[in-house]
Every structure is written in C-alpha cells, then in structure tokens.
Design a protein around this ligand. Sequence first.
Ligand code: COA
Length: 573
Amino acid sequence: MQGITKNDLIIRIGGEGGEGVISVGDFITQACARAGLDVYTFKTFPAEIKGGYAMYQVRASTERLYNQGDTFDVLCAFNGEAYNMNRASLKPGTTIVYDSPSDFTPDIPPGVHAYPIPMTQTAKEMNNLRAKNMVAMGALSVLFNIPVEALREVIVTKFSRKGEDVVKGNLAALERGRELAAALKKTDTWTLGTPKSKNEVIVMSGNNAIGLGALIAGLDFFSAYPITPATEVAIYVAKHLPKRGGTLIQAEDEIASISQVLGASYAGKKAMTSTSGPGLALMGEMLGMAFMAELPCVVVDVQRGGPSTGLPTKHEQSDLFMAVHGGHGDAGRIVLSVESIQDCIDLTVVAFNLAEKYQCPVLLLSDGSLAFSTQNVPYPDPANYKLVERERWNGEGEYQRYKFTESGISPMADPGTPGGLHIATGLEHNESGLPSYTSTNHEAMQDKRFRKLKNVVNDVDPTEVDGDGAADLGVIAWGSTIGVVREALQRLRAEGYKVKGFYPKLLNPLPAQQFEDFGASCKRLLLPEVNFQGQLAHFVRAETSLRPQSYTICGGMPFTPEMIVNKVKEILA
Ligand code: COA
C-alpha cells in the first residue's frame, strides 16, 4: 500500500457519544506523540452522557503546530450522523473511512476516496461490540501509517485498569482492523510523515496543564464546584494535591468555593478555584471582597458558549467583559489569558505570582477549545520557574494590615503571628482593618488598592509581536485564537503579504502603550475573537487610540487559519 507522505495530516473521527470516539482520538494522539510527531487535537462531545454526536480531530505533523487546522484530510465515520455532519467538508482529495454495513450508505462525492470497513460487524463477530472503535483504529493505522507499536502500547497502558481480558480483546480487534484495511486497495495519497527526532514530551490537555501549573506554583488549597468545561482542572488537582499535603474541596456551589479560597488565602495559603462562565457570575460578590480585603487568589475561568447555561460543551471567548468588570462597586483585578497548552502551565504560575505580589484576585481565562485540546509539550522542570511569595510582616512596630505604602502593597500577617491579629472584611476599613466609612478614608483606600495594579504590566512579559517592520495589516488576537492567527500569518507572508501579529496575554490592566506601539507600525488593524460583541476590540477602543476592525464569530467553534487568511485578503484587496 503506497501513499504520498504528508507532513501535516488531519484525521477527524466522528460517532455517537459512548462509542469510544474519544478513546480512539486519544490513542492516536498519544501514539503519534510517542513516535516524535507534533500533535494538536480538538474535540467536541454532546452535553448528554450517552448518545449525541461526538467528534475528535487529531492533527499530526513533523512541523510545530499551533492549532487544530482548517478541516480534515481523513474522516472516520462510525455512524450515519457523523457522515451527515461532515458530508459538506468531503471535498475532492479527502478520504472517508466508514462503518459498512451500517445504518447508513454514504453517497460518496466525486473525487473523495472511500474505504468501507465492517467495524460494527467485525466487533460483533468477535463478541466484543465495545471494540468497534479498535477495529476502526486498526484500519486507520494501516491506511495512514500511524505508528502501530505505539498504539499497542497505549492500549495496554489505558485499558490495563479494566482487566487483562479487555486489553487482549482490544489488541485483537486492532489487529483485525489492520487485516481488513490491508486487503483494500489504497487510492488516496495520505500517509503520516516520519518524525525528524524523538523528544521527551508529555501530551496534556489545557485543563490538565492548568492543574500542573498550579502545582508548580505551590498551590496549597483548591476548592471548586464541577462545571463543564472546567471540571477536568479539579480532577487533575484532586489526583495530585493531596499527595503533597494540600487540600481539595468539592464545594456545594461556586459561591462556597470562592469563599473557601478566600478563607485559605487569609490563612496564608496559595489558593485557587476553577469554573466556567455561569460559575464566575456567581463569584462576583466574593471577587469584590477579595479586592477589598486584599486577599491573593487565582480564579480560572474556562470559557464556554453563553449567555446563561448556553452551550456548555462548546467554545467561546465571551467572558472578557465579566472577567474585567463583573461585580459591583469599583473592584479591580488582574486578567490573563492563555494561548496554548504550554501557556496553561506557564501563565498559571504567573497568575499565582501576581496574586501573591499584588494581593488581589487574578483571573486566568482559558476556553472550551483549549480545555480539551491536547498538545505535546516538553517535560516541564519546576526548577525553571521563579515563584513569588506574598510580602509578610516583619513583626516590627504596631501591625497595620492595610498600611498606606508607596506601592499600595501592605505586608500580610498569617493568623497566629504574634501581634499580627487583624480583621479582613468586605467593609471599607482603615489601615488597621477596622470599619471606616469616611469619604477621605474610602478615597485613600481605593487609591491604594488601584495604585498596586499600575505596576502589574512590568511583571508580565511584554506582548509578543509576530513579524518585523511596517505592515499593511496587523492582527491582534487573544486566547486560543492566537495559535490560529500565527499559522494564518505564516501562510500570508509566504504569499508576499506584509502582515504582523500582536498577542497580548495580560488583558487587564491593558498594556495600552504596547498596543499603541504595535498599532503605529500597521496601516490597518484586525481583531478576530470568538464572541458576538467584539469584547477585546471594545476595550482596545476604550483604552487606546487604536480602532481595530472587529471580526467576530460565535458558532461554538474556533476560527480556522483559512478564515483568517481569507479575511485578511478581503481587507487588503
Ligand atoms: N473497550 C473498553 N472500554 C472502552 C473502549 C473499548 N474498546 N472504548 C472506550 N471505552 C471506555 C472508555 O475507556 C471510557 O471509559 P471510562 O469512562 O471508564 O474512562 C468509556 O468507554 C467512554 O469512552 P470514550 O471513548 O472516553 O468516550 P466516547 O467517545 O464514547 O464519548 C463521552 C462519550 C464520555 C464523551 C460523552 O458522551 C460524555 O461524557 N459526555 C459528557 C457530556 C458532559 O460533560 N456534559 C456536561 C453538560 S453540563
């Protein structure tokens, strides 16, 4: 069986929730990464536990990947729904591998390569219906050169906890799938590239990477209420934090979880919660208290489609307004957003460092796309991360918790510190922490609390500028949209376009001067984001002299590089 090696192959697996679509995607991803390929995955699954359309897309390449790609080269359809959902993307040259006989007979468009594989029937014959997905995976491994030894290893690793019979049954189904595919005549040109080198990597989802980052940062206490798509952060932390002597609580709701986090922070601990939009909305009042009482805390918001219960399992970048301004009164906070799996580790550490240094809430925005996407990253070495601890009172003189200082930062005293007794309250207070409602005190305290935030920009790496010199068009992007823009700009430059990118990670306080400097080098600006109102564009217009053109989508899916390329070409035409 022969094919033209493609150094960048995208395989999409679709089927019904419960059929093991996610497992196949995970296994192929792990196998490719183990073999030394770069991987980037994207998945969507139904809000239901069983039934509904589940999809897992694996992109594997010999080159560095930044996003999930445009569309698939290969579709593997477990059922009629998966075929119907993706039929429009079956363009000439693409390939479909599908279950046959089955509940559907695909009408293969001209130019599309098709491989019928009796997935269900074979699994039934083997008396192991559950292993239908392994028959499919075996077929895919032969057709597209997926490293089979690594696949076998992953099956053993992943299914061992289910028993030896399950492992054996699945290995047998994999081999049967391979035999079925080997008997077919390969007509398409796709096969996976051979990796240049094999590096020590770890494949992680965005949610797990945030959990890992928190552990590296020195997390002591974690409390959260489960909510899609953020729950996996808590699951990861639950596995590892207790082993290090830390505490994790599944709270009764989000108000309780943030309250517990603030209590732990008052007690001198590094504390964090994770949630999604509806949960962040509930935390509004306590975030105000964290600012008022100057309690360090990290709140991870894995954004999903909204408003209200919205689209729980779908992608959106629409909590920026709430992250920056959600709450009553003048309450400040720091807002960071992550671009990639690597960022999920690194910026979580930065979030803790900023919370500790500035004694205020730090919101870390991730999103539905990154939450479940997996990517290979180098093994992180905790020794490479600089950790910041809150400034603590040195025990000299009379302790004043909210003492006015030039920077606005006042030393903290852990409970039990001799002479350090103090009250942390949501009421306005004087330097000692006692309630005080005079106008001069409130103005001075607000000034102190906001004065702290002026220096934050100096503690975050300067915003990355992608490209040199003057540009006809500059693209500003945030969150996981950055990875899409990176690739789009590479393609546009290869075609001779003069384009640049600007990728802020600190979104509040907004590094306005950095935006201005970037804007000054571009004739026009475009700001793509996955929300209806153009939320970052709104802040850029409000806080700088720039007037970027908004490009917004909100269909529950991320941008693709092609969409950005087309938009830029349309503007520059
Ligand atoms: N042999 C044995 N077990 C297998 C198998 C095989 N060949 N293939 C898969 N499985 C197991 C998996 O290991 C997994 O078991 P686990 O739960 O013990 O880990 C289980 O079957 C599910 O398979 P998986 O591949 O992970 O998922 P799926 O593609 O079948 O999709 C879900 C199902 C899990 C994604 C899904 O429908 C779901 O969870 N929905 C949740 C939606 C949600 O979060 N809603 C929230 C609304 S607010």
